[in-house]
Design a binder for this molecule. Sequence first.
Ligand code: FAD
Length: 547
Amino acid sequence: MTRTLIIGGVAGGMSAATRLRRLDEKAEIIVFEQGEHVSYANCGLPYYLSETIDTRDALLLQTPRSLWSRFRIDVRVQHRVVSIDPAASSIQVLKLATGETTTERFDNLIISTGAKPRLPEIDGIERALTLRDVSDADKAMDALANSPKTAVILGGGFIGVELAENLAHRGVKATIVQRGSQLLGGFDPEMIEPMHQSLETNGVSLVFGAQADSIGESTVTLSNGATLEADIVFVAAGVVPDVWLAREGGVAVGATGGIKVDDQQRTNFDNIYAVGDAVEKHGMLSGEATLIPLANLANRHGRLVADVIAGVATAAKPSVGTAIVGAFGMVAAMTGMSQVAARNAGFDAESVHLHPGSHAGYYPGAKRVSLKLTFEKSSGRILGAQGIGEDGVDKRIDVIATAMAGGLTVDDLMDLELAYAPAYGSAKDAINQAGYVANNVRAGRTSVIHANELEQSMHPVIDVRTASENAAASIPGSVLIPVDELRDRIEQVRDLAAKTGKVVVHCAVGQRGHTASQILAGMGVKALNLSGGYTTWALAQAAAARG
Ligand code: FAD
């Protein structure tokens, strides 16, 4: 009978434990968890604070007793593993209730110790709350029981945004303080701007380009000299792999700070595996080691390790990184790389923006889905996609994540047969449309220019929308020539194009702009279509103003 010990009893650890039992009824499986709970829903913690998840028990998906009854897994909570001895294939375990230490031998060891919040070294940091586990949530609930009016959240990543929304539901006015010039740094700035605007509309204040210098009794002092009221303070400034135990045991840790593993999640020791937030992932696009602290990968790799231990032939596929976050009904999701990340990684990356409806426009309730598809220009390989809007964002990003996993190109997106009825999609779905636009760009049928390139280009800008759209809001210096008048006013267009050899055309979202650029091309005028039209331009302007 093999003896598998597992350190950490949540996403990665418990996935490994239960899968191993399903594959091997005889294996001895012991899980050590330093906290009071196993298999808790850490992703649900922010929603428990607002009582959207209205009972604490709902967060506790399993108990040691339920895991024993169904799986015969020996789960020992409040047991901290304090050292690993790879040479002896043993670990030392501290029983927190009694202070007693025991040595446990293993045939296989799985490390799934997760990640811990990154804490800035500032005065008063001990006053700040974090949100990693159920005991953190208990502390936050105690603080909320005192009916705080104001909160400062240090850090504007996924957890910071979720906290802001859930605190608002408890009547707490939150300010997010973020070092950079945008929240959710994985997104391109113009793509995340609708989230900024939605948070502000719903009463959340955003402070960019600053960090906390100190935390006082009821204030936070910032590096820009400002002092913010803060009845409570949360730190949500990212996470770092929790690897001290592995490192001290001689388990190799990579340059990213995560445990190094091969494609079977094996560390530098043959019988020691590691999974989850504590480990490095193999990036599908970059081919490099990277950190992706997300639940899907922890669960998936936990299951995979059990397969490896049980002798099932398998290997981990590289990770693309797919994530989603929502607040106040605004949803932002992405897969793969942003354009900024793709270009920084050296890809010949091009992007297209589009703003189709979540479903057919004539059927009530359609919402705008803003999509950005980033691809390698030469090959059409999909490098990433970002989406933001109030409906239908998750579906589009998941389809593109699936396309990436299957090695499809942007051209293949044109031919995907996706479910359609007026209430659920469009006959030409947003995904197909993204494929059409990208294909036109790749084939050279249309040339795009991006909002952040416009000013430098010096090309005259023609607004091809209607006069009333132009009167409502327009790009400074642009000339109004509605698309239907282009042919009749071609001499005026030629005069404009004579200045730099090209004109830029734009409409509201890029669609009429494409038609306009094709009309002009047919008449011998070189025209660049502004990607995503006025909508993307306005978002890019608003995003730039925050920097
Ligand atoms: P964890 O689930 O963190 O488990 C690690 C466990 O190991 C902990 O319980 C810890 O106590 C225990 N441990 C550590 N050291 C020892 C030791 N020496 N001895 C014994 N036990 C030890 N991901 C998403 O994809 N989507 C989301 O919406 C999302 N929301 C999140 C919201 C919050 C508030 C948090 C905190 C995380 C969220 N995540 C989300 C991330 C996701 O929860 C993690 O990616 C996932 O839980 C990682 O699994 P893991 O097994 O690596 O680590």
